[in-house]
Design a protein around this ligand. Structure first.
Ligand SMILES: Cc1cc2nc3c(=O)[nH]c(=O)nc-3n(C[C@H](O)[C@H](O)[C@H](O)COP(=O)(O)O)c2cc1C
Length: 298
């Protein structure tokens, strides 16, 4: 998840049992042209295994160069983004825009497969705006050498609206020979088990993990997600904060963490004034004092 799944977030998911984490989508141009900020996104992967690096772009030769760099930096899987509907990405022909040009998408996949030894996976959506193109599209990617397909079965035009149409995931799982990973609205064991029963090889969790790393434990144990004690939440936030600071330094960590306070505290229904004060905090010590002041805890 762009803006979210940095090194600290991935480490946290691993501590709670997730089997594989994917980086934020990383610009192939940024990697290929050695942009320092883009390259910094790849620094932590040298000691983090297994990890998938997701790259985006629309030019096969640049995607191939970026993939080769990421694989040399330690990526265990290269994942190609063909699902992002954000305007900034789509207008360059990348992300879900590639679903409008099956030939280019297949050439791009083949170009990446040709230069790396690690598996190359592709993340797609159901299609663009009208007709559902996921199956024929995915079959072309399979023929081009994709090792697995991850599907988020919403149309590009839906963004995150509506419900993920997992009949599409099940159809892909039935008709492709490569593994299918299902993404979208997985927030408890019932959805996960049903997708596995319908032939998907794995499920991917996105938004349900925001402020709730326990989701991975719950899924693995077949337990319904439930509220954790405030003490456990604060203890976990402290560990996460420490890892975020070591990843990005105090200042960026302060900004990054602000959105997490709301996510972690959602079950406790913090009042508007606490939410406001937390948005202005600099460090975790201050945030913890404010939380305990309003929500209790020793
Ligand atoms: C903030 C945010 C950032 C995302 N960034 C990416 C991304 O960089 N690459 C990607 O393939 N999907 C991205 N997604 C989509 C998710 O991977 C996932 O497919 C989608 O949110 C549906 O799954 P969920 O209901 O579990 O969140 C993003 C989603 C969110 C909410």
């Amino acid at each position: 998840m762009a803006g979210i799944s940095g090194h600290a977030f991935r480490l946290q998911a691993r501590r709670f049992g997730a089997a594989l984490m994917t980086t934020e989508m990383v610009s192939s141009h940024g990697i290929a042209y050695r942009n320092p900020r883009t390259q910094a996104m790849l620094d932590p992967i040298a000691d983090e295994h297994p990890v998938a690096v997701q790259i985006f772009g629309a030019r096969p030769e640049i995607m191939a160069a970026a993939a080769a760099f990421a694989a040399a930096a330690g990526a265990d899987i290269i994942d190609i983004n063909m699902g992002c509907p954000v305007r900034k990405v789509v207008k360059t022909g990348a992300g879900v825009a590639l679903m409008a040009d099956t030939g280019l998408a297949a050439r791009l996949t083949a170009a990446v497969v040709a230069v790396v030894k690690v598996p190359v996976t592709v993340k797609i959506r159901s299609g663009l705006s009208r007709e559902v193109t996921a199956l024929t599209f995915a079959q072309r990617l399979e023929a081009a050498g994709a090792a697995a397909i991850c599907i988020h079965p919403r149309l590009a035009s839906q963004g995150q609206k509506g419900k993920a149409a997992h009949d599409v995931s099940a159809e892909l799982a039935a008709k492709l020979s490569i593994p299918v990973i299902a993404s979208g609205d997985i927030s408890g064991p019932a959805e996960a088990e049903s997708l596995l029963a319908r032939g998907c090889e794995a499920v991917m969790v996105g938004r349900a993990a925001l402020g709730n790393p326990w989701i991975f434990e719950d899924l693995l144990n077949g337990a319904e997600p439930h509220h954790r004690d405030l003490e456990d939440v604060l203890a976990e936030m402290k560990i996460f904060w420490r890892d975020v600071v070591s990843e990005m330094g105090d200042e960026r960590a302060g900004r990054y963490m602000r959105k997490y306070y709301g996510w972690y505290l959602k079950p406790y229904k913090p009042g508007a004034s606490l939410r406001d004060s937390l948005r202005r905090t600099e460090g975790f010590t201050e945030a913890e004092r404010l939380i305990r002041g309003e929500l209790g805890g020793s």
